[in-house]
Design a protein around this ligand. Structure first.
Ligand code: SAH
Ligand code: SF4
Ligand code: F3S
Length: 487
């Protein structure tokens, strides 16, 4: 019944801005003299935005430039999300807006990519007559063939899920780029079976990408002037690469030297250059190790910020969610972060309210966990039952919508209080900020983020995009720090 866009109506405008990474992103103009134009819109998580960059690259090699103007498009792709019911509804509404466009330009091709394509497969062609092409997350190499099929007057579908595909060799076309920060996909799929979650069904089995190609991509970005990379995966802490796993060579049992885990990958990416900041998302509480935390501590350029979704503060609910940790395990991981990295390490969470059978006391446990951790930021949702998930099969979605919404608004206001408290702690301190560009409100102000991922705004003076500056923080709101550059 819900998605982030609806959830964040509860939030003030400032918080909405902080969440733009999860809202729609639209392709920008590229002009390399290709004969046809692709317009691509991405919904959902950062993985989808990163995939759209791979799709643009594949399409670019096959005769397409990207455009930000719908009217100019020969092909429209929507890269979709299935995480909550409302996310799919948003895409269906968007599709209905294309009808008039298609009437004016009958040769216009409309394709659905991503998680909704994978979940609904050819059913989408029947339900949404305007759709010509359906491609799941592992089928993007096949897009040129699918486009040809549509050019020949047929509908085209490929929702094959792969155990190997990582698109390691494809150099993404950076979309919506500020030229300073970029995402690098380090793995795909998810082997966890959180009972509420559709991702294992839409993204397939977990697989890790060759570390050499990750490091090359990071180095290449640095050479092009980028100063921050975010390593992406649904569960980055379970990153594990071995040549054997990737069928490149047979490993002797004793030869574990070729295996690269997440801590080792972080270390390698951090060594690309001390001026290249490294971030990562998402960490799973069951898998984040002290080795990862010590690696963060050891490298100045690995940011002190961990997105560690709890989902709930109650152990019975966590068990029903199949998260495979309980409240005390989660608290132990938070304590380890505070002890090893320090109190100023940013921690954020995802929370779901109103999961099946959740009682008022269990909801209070989520609030008390929030009080314990004092998250800097959280993405908060109410439970939306998804077809095919374990929860849909095993449990009744029995919490009335008004109670789900009331609980959600309670955790949102608690989070706002904590965000403000955490930001107030930074007032009077000096922060190293990577400048990302002008602030949204004025070109006299610049905007960047500190290591803990907090947005910092300050008067421009001589600083420019891509610089590291020291900012004395003088004021804050729930979402932003304000200050001035000091020499
Ligand atoms: N891999 C990440 C989460 C990816 S999905 C992790 O394990 O933390 C992003 C978030 O969407 C989840 O953390 C969860 O809070 C939320 N979510 C997923 N399925 C949902 C559902 N059925 N209803 C409401 N929120 C959901
Ligand atoms: Fe979904 Fe759980 Fe995998 Fe995250 S770890 S993507 S919540 S199944
Ligand atoms: Fe949505 Fe798929 Fe990401 S369901 S959250 S786009 S992995």
């Amino acid at each position: 019944m819900n998605n982030l866009i609806e959830d964040i109506d509860f939030l003030k405008k400032e918080e909405k801005e902080a969440e733009t990474c999860q809202i729609v992103k639209i392709s920008e103009d590229s002009n390399t003299g290709k004969s046809r134009k692709l317009y691509i819109e991405s919904y959902g998580c950062q993985m989808n935005f990163s995939d759209s960059e791979i799709v643009s690259s594949i399409m670019n090699k096959n005769g397409f430039d990207t455009t930000s103007e719908l009217e100019q498009a020969d092909v429209i792709f929507l890269n979709t999300c299935s995480i909550r019911e409302k996310a799919e509804q948003t895409v269906r509404n968007r599709l209905s807006q294309f009808n008039a466009l298609k009437r004016r330009k009958p040769e216009l091709m409309v394709g659905i990519l991503g998680c909704m394509a994978e979940r609904l497969k050819s059913q989408l062609l029947e339900e949404e007559r305007i759709v010509d092409l359906v491609a799941g997350p592992d089928a993007y190499r096949d897009l040129p063939v699918l486009v040809n099929q549509v050019d020949d007057g047929q509908k085209a579908v490929n929702t094959f899920l792969s155990r190997e595909e990582t698109y390691a060799d494809i150099s993404p076309v950076r979309l919506n780029s500020n030229g300073i920060t970029a995402f690098i996909s380090i793995m795909r799929g998810c082997d966890n079976m959180c009972s509420f979650c559709v991702v294992p069904f839409t993204r397939g089995r977990e697989r890790s990408r060759d570390p050499h190609s990750i490091i090359e991509e990071a180095q290449d970005l640095f050479n092009k002037g980028y100063r921050e990379v975010t390593l992406l995966g649904q569960n980055v802490d379970s990153y594990k690469w071995s040549p054997e796993q990737n069928n490149k060579a047979k490993l002797e049992k004793s030869d574990v030297s070729h295996i690269v885990n997440f801590a080792q990958l972080l270390d390698k990416v951090a060594k690309v250059h001390p001026d290249l900041r490294v971030r990562f998302s998402t960490s799973h509480p069951k898998d984040i190790t002290d080795e990862v935390l010590y690696t963060i501590k050891e490298h100045e350029n690995i940011c002190n910020y961990i997105h560690l979704p709890a989902q709930s503060g109650n152990s019975r609910i966590l068990k029903m969610m199949n998260r495979t940790y309980d409240r005390s395990w989660y608290i132990n991981r938070v304590d380890a972060i505070r002890t090893i990295i320090g109190d100023d390490c940013g921690i954020s969470s995802d929370m779901i309210t109103g999961f099946c059978t959740e009682t008022e006391e269990e909801h209070q446990d989520t609030l008390s966990l929030m009080d314990y951790v004092k998250y800097d930021f959280s993405y908060m949702f109410f439970y939306s039952e998804r077809p095919g998930t374990l929860a849909e099969k095993k449990y009744e979605d029995d919490i009335p919508l008004d109670i789900k919404k009331r609980r959600l608004s309670e955790i949102i206001s608690r989070q706002q209080k904590h965000s403000l408290e955490r930001n107030q702690m930074e007032v009077g301190k000096i922060h190293r900020v990577l400048v990302e560009g002008f602030s949204k409100r004025s070109e006299a102000q610049l905007q960047g983020r500190n290591s803990a991922n907090k947005v910092v705004i300050f008067p421009k003076r001589t600083a420019k995009k891509g610089d590291y500056v020291n900012v004395l923080v003088e004021d804050c709101s729930t979402a932003t720090l304000f200050g001035k550059v000091i020499d």
